[in-house]
Design a protein around this ligand. Sequence first.
Ligand SMILES: Cc1cc2nc3c(=O)[nH]c(=O)nc-3n(C[C@H](O)[C@H](O)[C@H](O)COP(=O)(O)OP(=O)(O)OC[C@H]3O[C@@H](n4cnc5c(N)ncnc54)[C@H](O)[C@@H]3O)c2cc1C
Length: 1013
Amino acid sequence: NHARTKFRAVIFDMGGVVLPSPFPMTKEYELQKKIPPGTIWKTIKDYGDKGAWPKLEIGEINAEEFGQIFSEECTKIAGETVNVHDFLPYLEHGMKSPISEVLDAINCLRQEGYKTALLTNNWIQSDGKSLLPISRDHFDVVIESAVVGVNKPKYPIYNLCLSQLNVKPEDTIFLDDMQPNLVAAKSLGIHTIKVEDVHVAINELEQQLNIPLTSTNKGTTPVRKEMQFDTRKFTEYLNNQLNMGLTHEPEVREFSHGQSNPTYLIDYGPNVTKMVLRKKPPGKLLPSAHAVEREYRIMKAVGNHGVKVPPLLALCEDSSIIGTPFYVMELVQGNIYKDPSLPGMTPESRKKVYREMVDTLCKIHRVDIDKAGINDYGKHGNYVERQVGIWTKQYQRSETHTIPSMNRLITWLPQHLPTNEVTSVVHGDVRIDNFIFRRDQPEVVATLDWELSTLGDPISDLAYSCIPYFLPTNFPIISGLKGVNLNELGIPTHEQILEMYCNEMQLPNIDNFDFYMAFSFFRVASILQGVYKRSKQGQASSDQAGVTGKLAEHMSDIGWSFASKEGFRLFNKTNPSIGSGTRKYSTHAEMNKCNFYTTVGEAVVITANKDMKLPIHVSALPPSTQQLHSNLLQFMEDHVYPVEKSFSEYYSSENRWTPHPELEKLKAKAKSAGLWNLFLPHSDHGAGLCNVEYAYLCEVMGRCLYAPEIFNCSAPDTGNMEVLAEFGTEDQKQRWLKPLLDGEIRSCFAMTEPQVASSDATNIESSIDEDGDRLVLNGRKWWTSGAMDPRMKIIIFMGKNDKNAARHKQQSMVLVPSDTPGVEIIRPLTVFGFDDAPVGHGEVIFNNVSVPKENMILEPGAGFKIAQARLGPGRIHHCMRLIGSAERSLDLMKERVKSRVTFGRALVTRDTILRDIATSRIEIDQCRLLVLMTAHMMDVAGNKAAAKEIAMIKVAVPITVSRVIDRALQAFGAAGLSGDFPLAGFYAWSRALRIADGPDAVHEAAIAKKELA
Ligand SMILES: Cc1cc2nc3c(=O)[nH]c(=O)nc-3n(C[C@H](O)[C@H](O)[C@H](O)COP(=O)(O)OP(=O)(O)OC[C@H]3O[C@@H](n4cnc5c(N)ncnc54)[C@H](O)[C@@H]3O)c2cc1C
C-alpha cells in the first residue's frame, strides 16, 4: 500500500544504534574506576590514527595488548596512573542485548523487501572472536572493521559494504551515532540519519521510506487454546451493532501484555481499522474482579474530559456472544515502553516521558467527576480504608501459604490510615507500559488498562507509579529501576516525581508517602497472590502466573519495609529526642523469637521453620537490611575508600596518636545516613539487626581497617558496649554506654597480664579489694587495646576479688574512668611493628586505683560470666570483618595480576596465580558459610548454645584469612608488604587474631571437648 521510495538498503551502525551506546558506559566506567572524567575519549581523540583504539578496531592488536597500550596512553593524557585493562570487558558486558525497537524495525524492513547491513567498528575479544552480540541473521551483509582490517570513517569500508549489498550509495540510508562516520558516508552519496535517540531515528527512517517500522503484531502471540472464542459470532455482533459489513472472520492474536483480562488484536485486513478486544477471563472469578463494563464506562467518561484513551467502539454485556462480556476499541499506534529505563533514548527524551506520565496522571486526577457523570463510579471517602479491606479479603481468599509480612501489613495498615483524603478518579495501575506514546516524540496518545480504576485517593496512584524504583531491573512482570543510574539516564528519582506531581496539583509535601508505598506494595502482593491461586487452577492469562507466588512474597516484604520506615517517621515525630539514625526495633522481629528450637539434653535441635532459613546471600535478607547493605556499600565507595590513603599516611606520621581530622566528620555523616551502631543484635540500642543480618554489613566494614570506627562498630568498643547494655546498671549505662553509643568516647578492656599465661583467665593476678564503699585495684595489664587513644575514657578492668572462691567465681569486672589517679599507661606495644595508632595496645599499671563500689559490673564473682558473654559476639564480629579483609585482598590481587607482566606474560595467565585465586575463593566462601551458620545459631538458639560454633570460626577464620591475604601479598610482590596497600595491615591483624581473644589451641580444646562429650 505504500508508495515505494528509491531506497533499497539500510545500513546500521552497531553500538549506539542496534546496541546501547558505549558513551554513557564509558562515563560510568571512569566514575567507578576513579579515572579523571573524559580521559578515555580524550585519549582516543588526541592519539587519533596513531593510538591503540583504531589499531584495535582494525584487528591489528588484540584486547589484551590493547589494555596494556591504552592504559599507558590514558596515563599520559590524565597525568596520573590509569589502568583500563578491563574497559573492553566492561563495554562488552553493557552491550549484550540489542534494542528491541531496532530489531523490530530491521524485521519490518526485510519483510518489505529492503536489504539490511551491519557496518561496525568492533574488535577482537580476548576469546579471539570478534565482538558481535547480535545474530547475523538480521542482516544481508555484516562488515566488521576488526575482520576486514579497515574502520569507519575510511571510505573503503563503506564501499565494501555497498558492493556486498550490491546497491548504489544514493539508494542507501546509513544510521550511525558518530558524526565523522556520517560525514564520510554522506560524501559518498549515501543518505544519512544521525542517531541520538533510536526511537526518533526510526521515526525518521519511517518518513524516509514511507513504511511503518513497527509490526502491529508486536507484543502479541497466537491465541492460547483456552482463551479462544467464537470469531463468527463476534463478527456478526460487529455487523449488527456497528454496521460494519464484514464479510469474513478476522485474524486474532492475543496480547501478552495484560495479566488479568485477556486482550486480543483483531485484524480484518487492510481496509478495516485494526481493533482491540478486551474480555473477562473464562472460568469462576472472584466477585467484582475483571469488570470490563466498568473499564468501558470510565474510559468513555474520562476520554470526554481531557484524558487520552483509545477510541471506544462497543460494549457487549451479553455473555452468549463470546462467552463473557467484552468491549472493543480502535488499535492506537505508538510506542509502549516496557522497560522503565527506556533504553535507546536520550536523557532529554526520558525526562519528557516521565514528565508526560506525571502530567497524564494529573489530568486523570483533575477530571470533574460530576461533570463526567461518574459520581457513582465508586464510593466517596475512606478509600484507602476500604481498599485495605478489599485487598485483605481478596488476599485471604487466595492465600495458599503464610506470608508473614503480609499478615503484619494486614494489622499495620488499618492503624495508619491517612486522615485527609480527597476523592478523584484513580486509574489503579499507573505504570509506564500502560501508556502509548507518539512515535515521533514523547507525548501520551492513550492510557490503557483501566481495570482497577475507581473513585478514591489520588495519592495511591502516584505511589503505585513509583513501585518500579524499588524493584530490580530483572524483576518479572514489572521491570524495575533499582540500581539504575537515574541521573545519568535523565530519569527523575521517585522524590522528583513526587515533587513534580505536588507542584502540578498545587499540593504541599505528602508526609505519609511511605504509608502509600506500603499500601501499594500490599495491593500488588494481594493481586499477585490472586493470579498465583488462579494459575494453580489453570485460569490466569499469562504463563508468568506460575511464578507469582514468590513475587507476592517479595512485594509484601518491600511493603513492610516502607511500613517500618513510616513507623520510624511517626516515632521520631513523637520522640524528637531520638535521632533519626536510631531504630527502635528490628523489622525482622520473628528472627529473635526462640520458639523454633527445642533442647534435648545438651543438644539443640533447630526445628524447620520457613521463616528461619539461613540467608546465604544478601538478596535473601529482609528488604530493609538489603537497603542498609547497599547504603553501606555506597558509603564505603563515596566516603571511606577515598580517604583510606590519607588515613594510612596520617597514622604513620608524628600526629598519629590523635584521631585523623576527618574522622569525626565521617562519623557524623554515617550517623545521619542511618549507618550507626549496626551491631548489638535484637537490641533497642542499635539497628536492631540479628547476627546474620549484621554479618553481611560487618563484612563490608572489614574491607577497610579504618571503616568500623566510622560506623561506631569497632572493637573493643562494640564488646564493651555489649557488656554495658546487657549487664550495666541504669546509672552505668547513662554515664558510659550512652556516650559510647553516640561515638563521643572510646573504651578498653584490661584482662591480659604480662606475668601470667592469660589464655587461662583463672591465672589473672590483679586484685580488687574492698575499702568501705570503695574498691581498690592493683595490677599490671598489657595488650589493653584502645588504651592509648586520647578519647579513651573508660576501662573495664578484670581482677580477683576473692582468691578463695571457686576457680571461676574469683574474678570480677570493674569500670575505671581513665583519669582515675593510679592509672598509668606506660607504653604502647606493637604488632609486627604496627602500633595501631591512635587506638594502640597499652601496657597499663593500676596502682591503688580507687573507685566507688557502684563501678562493679553485675556482682562480685561475675567476671568470668561477663567475659564469656562479651567474647562470643566480639569473636564473631572479628571473623565477619576478617572475611571483608579477605574479599578485599582477593579483589586487589585480581586487579594486580591483570596489570603486571613478567617474562612476556601477564601474571593472570600463570597457573600458580590462577590456582591461588581459586583456592582463596573456595576458602573465603567456606569461612563465610561457617560464620553465617554460627550467626544463625546465635540468633535462633542463643550465644551459649552456639559456643562450639563460635570457637570453630574463631579458629577457622583468622588462619584461613591469613592464608588468603598471604597469597595476595605474594602476588603483589614487595608492594604488598609496604604501607601503600592495606594488605600488610590486614595480614598483621588476621595473624594477631590467632592469639587475641584467646589463642587457637584454647578454642580447639573447647571444640574437641564438646565433640567428645
Ligand atoms: C593484637 C592483640 C590485641 C589484644 N587485645 C587485648 C585486649 O584488648 N584486652 C586484653 O585483655 N587482652 C588483649 N590481648 C591479649 C590476648 O587476649 C592474649 O594474648 C591471649 O589471651 C593469650 O594470652 P597470652 O598472650 O598470655 O598467652 P599464653 O597464655 O602465655 O599462651 C601462649 C600460647 O600457649 C598456647 N596454649 C595456651 N593454652 C593452651 C592449651 N590449652 N593447649 C595447648 N596450647 C595452649 C597457645 O599457643 C598460646 O598462644 C590482645 C592480644 C593481641 C595480640
